[in-house]
Design a protein around this ligand. Structure first.
Ligand code: MRU
Length: 351
């Protein structure tokens, strides 16, 4: 039996939060222990932890640390004081809606607490974490059902255990397809500039004994032209009400190339990634990170001195280029506003 998931990126301890430092993987498997909310916000901003669901889960634990400290500071006014901490966490990264989703859920739980909030909020954050793993396993099965046998898949960025509570979204479908005996080969884009594909996806798949072939981002269209893949499967940072998807920069070009070459395109994300308040993807804020991330590689300057760089880290894939969106509430084919609304109003599995 294949071991499905051997990685624990986020671990709640009684005295703090332990995060696997994703900036230094795969060379170093180092963790950092964080004991306060400012440290949690820094870890999200600085990419110690990344991936939309993982950011949300981490922020939820950050709220526990903040609430404990605010309650110690003022048992009468901790709820008002906590608002500033929620804002700090909210501002850490703008595109992944899972961050705001998790903070809203923690805020609602905090509102109802009488007395010391520590245990109640820790239980809520753990519930968010555990639900994410269950949701991912369910989406893995739903997504794998959509695939034929002997399928080769191209994926982008990292959407696995490192990017979620565990198992993964797009990588969860790949894990499930492998278990169902449907998987021929996985190709992973290296995913410039942070190399989430080369460093993180390849590391996760190798640990699970799933062979992976890396390619530079610019090789993806040629791979499709040669008929080497039948599906592109990716995650999402935010999905608008019409099915437009914000995901790691380069996703949009994959979707354009996939449509041109007749390759199917699947997006896998929990409903905590869906933002029905936005009627199209053009309204999703896109994070732009420092030019240094493009001008340097692993800390070494590689660009000509004096060059500037444009570094948007997400892009928008229009719904019209997406064949299937998989969430824990079901599969949306040819997404549009009505189908998205239908899916969102259907009963969530198991909760
Ligand atoms: O900048 P990152 O590494 O946080 O970007 C991550 C992605 O774009 C993922 O595809 C997305 O968050 C889905 S992870 C399940």
């Amino acid at each position: 039996m294949i071991q499905q998931d051997t990685i624990c990126a986020i671990e709640w301890l009684e005295d703090g939060l332990r995060l696997l430092d994703q900036r230094v993987l795969p060379r170093n498997e180092a963790s950092i222990l964080i004991r306060d909310v400012a440290g949690v916000a820094d870890a999200i901003r600085e990419m110690v932890v990344r991936g939309a669901p993982a950011i949300g889960i981490t922020a939820a634990y950050g709220v526990v640390l903040a609430a404990r400290s605010r309650y110690a500071e003022s048992p009468e006014h901790w709820k008002e004081l906590l608002e500033g901490d929620l804002q700090l966490l909210f501002a850490a990264r703008p595109t992944a809606i899972n961050l705001a989703w998790a903070l809203d859920r923690m805020r609602s739980r905090a509102r109802g607490v009488e007395g010391d909030p520590g245990q109640v909020l820790a239980a809520e954050a753990c519930a968010i974490h555990e639900e994410d793993i269950r949701v991912n396993r369910h989406m893995g099965a739903l997504g794998a059902d959509e695939l034929g046998s002997g399928v080769s898949i191209l994926t982008h960025c990292n959407t696995g255990s490192l990017a979620t509570g565990g198992y993964g979204t797009a990588l969860g479908v790949i894990r499930s397809a492998r278990q169902a005996g449907k998987l021929e080969r996985v190709y992973a884009d290296e995913t410039r500039p942070w190399l989430q594909g080369a460093r993180l996806t390849a590391w996760e798949l190798e640990r699970d004994g799933i062979p992976v072939t890396l390619l530079v981002d610019g090789a993806a269209a040629s791979l499709m032209q040669q008929g080497q893949v039948q599906w592109v499967i990716v995650g999402a940072d935010r999905i608008a009400g019409n099915g437009d998807v914000a995901n790691k920069i380069g996703t949009y070009s994959l979707a354009v190339a996939a449509r041109y070459h007749g390759v199917k395109f699947m997006v896998v994300a929990p409903t905590s990634t869906v933002d029905m308040s936005l009627d199209n993807g053009g309204r999703i804020p896109i994070e732009c990170r420092p030019a240094d991330e493009v001008l340097n590689l692993a800390g070494v300057p590689v660009a000509a001195e004096g060059a500037d760089a444009w570094n948007p880290v997400f892009d928008i894939t229009p719904a019209g280029l997406i064949d299937v969106i998989v969430t824990e509430r079901g599969v949306v084919k040819q997404p549009d506003p009505a189908r998205m609304a239908d899916m969102m109003s259907s009963r969530s599995f198991g909760f």
